[in-house]
Design a protein around this ligand. Structure first.
Ligand code: SPV
Ligand code: MN
Length: 631
């Protein structure tokens, strides 16, 4: 590693052309040059490309992705396809670790490694990893530019696909860095894809994502999948959760949308759902407008909660995107704005995916290479035509339903927060909490969801996932929960908290709701917030009245809604809800010392309300019609 300024300057001069060096030096920031020098000394690239916000530099990145074989062009102009390795199709939780000093108190649920050991390991793996490759240096911003929310970032990668994806997903940051006039405070990301074979990272057994919280640097290697590599996405979220803890705000795994109510009034809602549980589709529901689909920062400004989309694009799951249910995104995927498809089937230059609602070809190229229907993997399992976690990457500016708040430096005023997971048997489709603390503890901090294809490993396993942010927590569970409780405590008016469940099943395992029903739940929440329409008071929160839902189903989906459907969906399943309280409480008791007492108090109160209701009504499952009306 270079040890002084002269060594750094020498190393930089030897590693890149004068033109690239000029772009770096124009930033006049020793923190940046030191990081670039550190990366060069470690990864030993053949060449360095410094990307500014200039459109020619952006175009160069895109061209590199095709030249390097990481993306292939498709029939529609500006569309490309990228493949991740067959075993590199999702986030790798076991190999994602925080580098911590001995005696750290992150708790049992967070994956850590001794700092010195971890640094030695990752730097060993990354030593010389860019030999024969071009190192790309990018500057981007999290959150809107020139805002209290913005965080400048430096991304270094040898993957043009990663760099190209970031052009579509984030706001440019070179000019923002220039304005920083030599200060520090950047998040820094260093990615090396490792040996590439057939366009994909070969040595996935050496895949690592190591997070240095102290220096706000993330090292990631031997992987291409965006969730493991794109610094500004989930790697930055982990750093942001720490920064938010220090500064008194919240960094969340949430969509942000403008719900459009009667007379075109706008109500901003955010929603935290685990990966692949409907975040993107909720933020795109017909008639409403999207601000963001995955990551939000929340701050109290002048006694009001304001929220921004951290990103400016979507890395969305493509499975089940079809023309009828998802017309806005369907259009974006078919017009000639920029799109990167990943891990889909390509046949004659056209992309195909699971659940697209049209006839699909019997052969082509996909994440397994040449594919034909019936092809099996090394375990004899049939390989579907596209991966379940296949995705599309697009900039939000191409969407017809984009809300103006996207680039507002003051963010959007937030009126409601929604928590939802893949829950077959406990929560009703929509329910409002009694108050902030009840919502934070029994909804956000009690979220459980079945695992999906967004992470490597078994699917369909019920898993605790606090605020849908569990995979990204860089704080102890107790501390993170404390921050949520404190955030809303002293505000004159707080966002309301709701729980939703799109995945409730009947006894035979059939889903009780249609894919579009969420449109009605959003409108009900909007009416609760804006009009204070009457609800029914159950032991777990406030649920809609049948008549209101019947009206909203008719208005928004032109569908009749029967009393039988209402009863099946909104019955309070007491034994399942009590079991859930026990399950979640034992997680906190076992793994989360420092959990605020308020959680245990709220759980005890909820338990006794459920037991009392069982006694009063003499049944385990209570029809919604038995509950009284309330404001
Ligand atoms: C998610 O899995 O939650 C995503 C995609 O949004 S990524 O985190 O990038 O894998
Ligand atoms: Mn996500």
């Amino acid at each position: 590693m270079p040890t002084n300024q002269q060594d750094t300057a020498e190393l930089l001069r030897h590693s890149m052309s004068p033109k690239q060096l000029e772009k770096l030096e124009a930033l006049a920031n020793p923190h940046i040059t030191d990081f670039v020098a550190h990366a060069i000394a470690l990864c030993k690239p053949a060449d360095v490309f410094v990307c500014t916000d200039d459109s020619a530099d952006m175009a160069r990145i895109r061209a590199m992705a095709v030249e390097f074989g990481e993306e292939r062009t498709l029939s529609i102009e500006n569309h490309t396809v990228h493949y991740d390795g067959y075993h590199d199709q999702a986030r790798d939780k076991p190999h994602t670790k925080y580098l911590v000093e001995a005696g750290s108190n992150l708790g049992k649920t967070i994956n850590t490694i001794d700092r010195e050991e971890g640094l030695a390991e990752i730097q060993g793996i990354m030593n010389g990893i860019m030999a024969d490759k071009t190192m790309i240096v990018r500057f981007l911003t999290l959150g809107p530019a020139q805002s209290i929310f913005s965080i400048p970032c430096v991304q270094i990668t040898d993957s043009a696909y990663v760099a190209h994806s970031e052009s579509l997903l984030y706001r440019p940051g070179y000019e923002e860095c220039r304005r920083m006039e030599g200060q520090s405070g950047f998040f820094r990301f260093l990615h090396g894809a490792g040996l590439i074979e057939g366009g994909v990272s070969r040595d996935v057994e050496n895949r690592r994502v190591y997070i240095d919280l102290e220096n706000e640097i993330v090292y990631t290697t031997n992987t291409q999948y965006a969730g493991n590599t794109i610094g500004l996405k989930k790697l930055a979220l982990r750093l942001a959760i720490r920064k938010a803890d220090r500064e008194g705000w919240l960094a969340e795994h949430m969509f942000l949308m403008a719900a459009v109510g009667p007379n075109a009034r706008t109500t901003y809602l955010s929603g935290a759902f685990p990966s692949a549980c409907g975040k993107t589709s909720t933020s795109m529901t017909r008639g409403n407008r999207i601000v963001g689909d995955d990551l939000a920062y929340l701050r109290v400004i002048d006694n009001e909660v304001r929220a921004v989309n951290v990103e400016s694009g979507i890395f969305g799951i493509i499975e089940n995107v079809n023309e009828q249910d998802d017309p806005v995104i369907w259009d974006v995927l078919h017009d000639n704005g920029e799109v990167i498809f990943s891990n889909v089937l390509v046949n004659k230059g056209r992309p195909y995916w699971l659940g697209m609602g049209i006839e699909t070809p019997k052969s082509g190229t996909n994440h397994s290479g040449d594919w034909h229907e019936g092809k099996t993997d090394e375990n004899g399992n049939q390989i579907p035509l596209a991966h379940k976690n296949a995705r599309y990457t697009v900039p939000l500016r191409n969407l017809a339903n984009l809300d103006d708040a996207l680039d507002d430096p003051a963010g959007a005023p937030l009126s409601g927060i929604i928590y939802g997971g893949r829950d077959g048997d406990t929560w009703v489709p929509v329910c409002e909490s009694f108050d902030w603390a009840h919502g934070v503890t029994t909804m956000g901090a009690s979220l459980e969801s079945k695992t999906t294809a967004a992470t490597l490993g078994q699917r369909g396993v019920r898993t605790f996932n606090i605020m849908s942010n569990m995979d990204f927590l860089s704080l102890s569970l107790g501390r993170y929960l404390h921050n949520h409780l404190a955030f809303g405590k002293d505000l004159p008016s707080r966002p309301r908290i709701f729980a939703v469940n799109y995945f409730l099943e009947d006894d035979a395992g059939n889903f009780l709701n249609g894919k579009l029903d969420k449109l009605v739940w959003i409108q009900w929440m909007e009416r609760r917030i804006r009009d204070g329409i009457v609800a029914l008071k159950t032991p777990v929160g406030l649920i809609p009245k049948y008549d209101d839902l019947s009206y909203l189903f008719d208005q928004y989906l032109s569908k009749p809604y029967s009393k039988q459907d209402y009863e099946a969906q909104f019955s309070i399943r007491i034994p399942a809800l009590l079991d859930k309280l026990d399950r979640v409480e034992s997680i906190y008791r076992k793994n989360a010392p420092g959990t605020p007492d308020e959680l245990y108090e709220q759980f005890a109160a909820q338990r006794s309300r459920l037991e009392q209701a069982r006694k009063d009504h003499g049944a385990n499952v209570l029809s919604p019609f038995v509950f009284p009306e309330t404001k």
